[in-house]
Design a protein around this ligand. Structure first.
Ligand SMILES: *Cc1c(COP(=O)(O)O)cnc(C)c1O
Length: 368
């Protein structure tokens, strides 16, 4: 790769396929794989990522909202796409693009059934979501019989899958809680399958569920963060490779005399002669203000350079007092060694938040 001359997010497709292979090596041979490409494929690029994965061994895609699924269809994705959190106002568009809704309460189920019969749909695939303890979206186990009888009374839809979502699959201190979720899902899926009289696909695990709870893989697993290279633990991170490298460049270097300040609101006041580098990346690019004032850092010529003062909208200033560097030098914000997870840690957040925040104005470059 040539050195970065502007801020770029390099996306390593080879790492993506290796991560997929690693995750699939944890599965039984016939367990299906759903690739979660919501939120711009976790900040990468949904269409490029989905096209790359569509040619590999992926069975399903998942997005959060209808418009994300529409963008995938318009780019030519043909494999089935689950919309995890559709809104009733989008049902027509969802149907026009052959997207498959997750139905999680009676309001959305009833409205979808109404649209489905008005549109004279026949066996349109839908996915029923049950709440087993996350308390976010999903029918309760008490709803099993009433929704099964609604679904039995119509030819308009068929239940392609039933699923639930784990609340703490990465936290082994919560093993008992997770095992209880799995048991509840087993119970619900048995009762529901019997009540509708046919066998839908069952799925429950996200990335950490795949890695920590093989007994809960059921017929399919849903992975997002693992594909992008994070396993939510030091042990699992060894086997995965972050696919994104965020790079930028030094725009200007300043010598700051003792007593001078740097940046808005004089967020840094120097107590000695200090050298700073100004970089073209700021909070509008996804490096939030919480990384400022000495918390977050970048890497320049293999050395850490901490953010000085407040993060600006389009720039940060970093301390390069002890780094041999020049205007025009490349800067690594995160890569496979100093990862997005390491940087996220400095501001008490998680890799998911940092990578999904990388602004769309940053150029994406794909390497294979
Ligand atoms: C986002 C999401 C996933 C993917 O989770 P990862 O931890 O990124 O693998 C799976 N299932 C549901 C319901 C989700 O919302």
């Amino acid at each position: 790769m040539p050195k970065a001359q502007q801020t770029v997010l390099e996306i390593n497709l080879k790492a993506l396929s290796q991560n997929l292979k690693h995750l699939q090596s944890k599965l039984q041979p016939n367990t299906k794989f759903m690739a979660v490409v919501k939120a711009f494929a976790y900040g990468n690029d949904p269409c490029e990522i989905a096209h790359f994965l569509e040619n590999l061994n992926v069975d399903y895609f998942a997005v959060a909202y209808t418009n994300e699924g529409v963008a995938l269809r318009e780019s030519g994705i043909t494999k089935p796409i689950l919309v995890l959190h559709p809104q009733t106002v989008n049902f027509k568009e969802l149907i026009e693009h052959c997207l498959e809704p997750a139905l999680y309460n009676n309001k959305i189920l009833d409205e979808f059934l109404e649209v489905a019969s008005a549109e004279k749909l026949n066996h349109y695939p839908v996915h029923i979501k049950f709440n087993t303890g996350l308390n976010r979206l999903g029918f309760s186990e008490n709803d099993v019989n009433s929704i099964a009888s609604k679904l039995k009374n119509t030819e308009a839809v068929k239940v392609e899958s039933i699923f639930s979502h784990l609340a703490a699959s990465e936290d082994l201190n919560e093993k008992a809680f997770t095992q209880n979720q799995i048991e509840r899902f087993n119970n619900i899926s048995n009762r529901f399958t019997e009540a509708i009289g046919y066998q839908p696909i069952l799925h429950m695990c996200n990335t950490s569920g795949i890695l920590n709870y093989p007994e809960a893989h059921f017929d399919m697993v849903r992975s997002g963060i693992g594909l992008y290279g994070f396993g939510n633990s030091e042990k699992e991170n060894q086997f995965l490779k972050p696919i994104g490298t965020l790079k930028t460049v030094i725009s200007q270097i300043h010598q700051i005399e003792k007593g001078e300040s740097v940046g808005y609101n004089r967020g840094f006041i120097s107590n000695k002669l200090t050298k700073t580098a100004t970089l073209p990346i700021g909070h509008a690019d996804g490096i939030g203000r919480q990384y400022g004032k000495g918390k977050g850092y970048v890497t320049i010529n293999n050395q850490k350079a901490y953010i000085v003062g407040n993060v600006c909208m389009d720039m940060i200033m970093v301390d390069v007092s002890n780094i041999d560097c020049q205007e025009g030098d490349e800067v690594v914000v995160f890569n496979g060694e100093t990862t997005a997870e390491n940087l996220a840690d400095t501001a008490n957040t998680i890799s998911y938040e940092l990578i999904t925040s990388i602004s769309q104005r940053i150029k994406r470059v794909f390497i294979s």
